[in-house]
Design a protein around this ligand. Structure first.
Ligand code: ACM
Length: 518
């Protein structure tokens, strides 16, 4: 029913297509996510062999990132100095997280009140350059950028992706590639789902069996793997160089077979279960009544918090089907209190909102559907009632591991899938949960679960292009057009991204609902 309605709306909208509207005037842009405003000027700036990229103080590192991103494709030296034809300036932003970008024949200037805004401006500029700018080999092209002025800022402060490294393990190099992939889209958080029934992926020095035993498996076998603490720090630092904050998730009290298999005392019967390589959910639980469980949490949370510079610690709480209601509430109150004492702001999946004893400011992550099922909206609003905000990840539109259509190899369908690119884009965050207003939405996140996905190429194929939909919903202002007009506009910009994805070497699905260039 829902799918039929979306397709019908798209068809109707196609008849009345128009560009997005800024203050009543049509705006033409190829940039994705769409900027707040873009006004084209006369002429063009041409990057040449002698171009210098300027940036002082906090702007210098962003200038260096930009130069590094362009050196392979241009073959130019692109030295970074305090002042250059392309100048990055710490000054004012139109709004938090934003930037202004001016391209004139004489030079390019990006201004923002913080380096993160400059970085966002640089991502926009990379898209204004010829697609070859994303390549790794010197290309003989005219490196011109048409004159334009862009004023831009994000709609939501949290723009996330989640990667499940528990069901299948992904090496540090894969995680870094995914970080680069999402940085291009102005996403600024990467949530790592580090533990689940099938594997524990982060070294905890005080609990070595978590990785000695708990990291040895993954779905369907083939070994597992884990990040040493140094490797985790390397991921955190690499992400920070792209203005992305890592959010570690230690899922509990369910989704814990890997931990239970490593430490028998976490089981109520004191017997460690076998490691698990299937894809069922909801069968495992930490033993709620034993003090050993909370000693374990103190150790794990203490180390994860100390390793993580970002403000958030995700403590899961989803699908605890093997935990009684009473035990769940007891556990969540204690676990979140331990988490809060570590100095982090706790995030929990929406089920955690069943508890009325959350630390003030705990963030809820909603993963039911665009039309909330059962009590999920109520549980999500409970975070707001307790002083927190909400991250929206409606599974039927934002879960990137759903099949695109029934013929997609791999992928799942349980979340009202398959999920087309059109469906991933045509929803409005402020309309998912009645009573959840704009200021209560911290942001939007696109999770990718990996029961069926094993390689970075498979991750990218499932993510691209649907992750671009989620990035645009997270960054860009609400588009007032009809559904059809909105998707036409988005699809045209997605098509502009295509040669850039190819130059960058990102695997993507040529979805039939997108007007690809070739
Ligand atoms: C979830 O999909 N269980 C968060």
């Amino acid at each position: 029913m829902r799918r039929a309605a979306v397709v019908l709306l798209a068809l109707l909208g196609a008849l009345t297509a128009c560009a997005p509207v800024e203050n009543g005037t049509a705006m033409t842009t190829t940039v994705i996510p769409a900027p707040v405003s873009q006004t084209d000027g006369e002429g063009a700036f041409t990057l040449g062999r002698d171009t210098v990229i300027g940036g002082e103080g906090e702007a210098a590192a962003v200038a260096e990132y930009f130069a590094q991103s362009l050196r392979p494709a241009t073959g130019y030296d692109l030295p970074v100095g305090t002042s250059g034809e392309i100048q990055l300036v710490i000054g004012a932003s139109p709004a938090p997280g934003g930037y202004t970008l001016d391209v004139e024949p004489g030079g390019i200037r990006i201004e923002a009140d913080a380096p993160a805004g400059l970085f966002a401006g640089v991502q926009t500029l990379r898209q204004l350059l010829p697609p070859a700018a994303f390549g790794r080999e010197p290309a003989e092209v005219d490196w011109s950028v048409a004159s334009t002025r862009i004023e831009d800022h994000p709609r939501f402060e949290y723009r996330g992706a989640m990667l499940d490294v528990a069901r299948h393990f992904f090496a540090v190099a894969d995680v870094k590639k995914y970080i680069d992939d999402i940085a291009m889209l102005k996403l600024n958080y990467l949530h790592l789902h580090l533990t689940d029934d099938q594997g524990w992926r982060l070294q905890i020095l005080s609990r070595p069996e978590l990785t000695e035993i708990g990291a040895s498996t993954q779905v369907d076998g083939g070994g597992g793997g884990y990040y040493t603490q140094d490797e985790y720090r390397e991921i955190v630092e690499f992400a920070a160089s792209r203005f992305i904050t890592i959010v570690p998730e230690i899922d509990m009290p369910g989704h814990t077979n890997a931990a239970l298999s490593a430490y028998p005392e976490l089981n109520c019967d004191g017997i460690a279960p076998q490691p698990y390589e299937g894809i069922e959910v909801g069968f495992s639980s930490l033993c709620i009544g034993k003090e050993e469980t909370y000693a374990f949490l103190e150790d794990v949370i203490g180390e994860v918090a100390a390793l993580t510079p970002g403000p958030f610690l995700h403590l899961g709480g989803d699908e605890s089907l093997a935990t009684s209601d009473e035990d769940f509430l007891t556990f969540i109150a204690r676990a979140t209190a331990i988490g809060a004492r570590s100095g982090k702001t706790i995030i929990g999946w929406h089920e955690m909102g069943r508890s009325a004893e959350l630390p003030a400011g705990t963030i809820g992550q909603y993963w039911s559907f665009v039309r909330p099922q059962g009590g999920t909206a109520e549980h999500t609003l409970s975070f707001v009632e307790q002083g927190g905000r909400v991250i929206l990840s409606p599974a039927d539109v934002a879960y990137l591991d759903m099949k695109y259509d029934p013929t997609t190899d791999q992928g799942l369908v349980w979340a009202n899938g398959p999920t087309s690119v059109t469906e991933s884009y045509l929803w409005e965050p402020a309309e998912v949960i009645r009573g959840l207003s704009e200021e209560h939405i911290l942001g939007v996140e696109a999770p990718i679960w990996t029961e069926t996905l094993r390689t970075i190429g498979e991750l990218e194929y499932f993510a691209f292009p649907r992750i671009v939909s989620i990035a645009e919903l997270a960054w860009s202002a609400q588009n007032p057009g009809t559904a059809g007009a909105r998707f036409d506009d988005f699809g045209a910009r997605l098509a502009s991204l295509q040669p850039r994805l190819e130059a960058e070497g990102i695997t993507y699905y040529k979805a039939p609902d997108v007007p690809w260039r070739d």
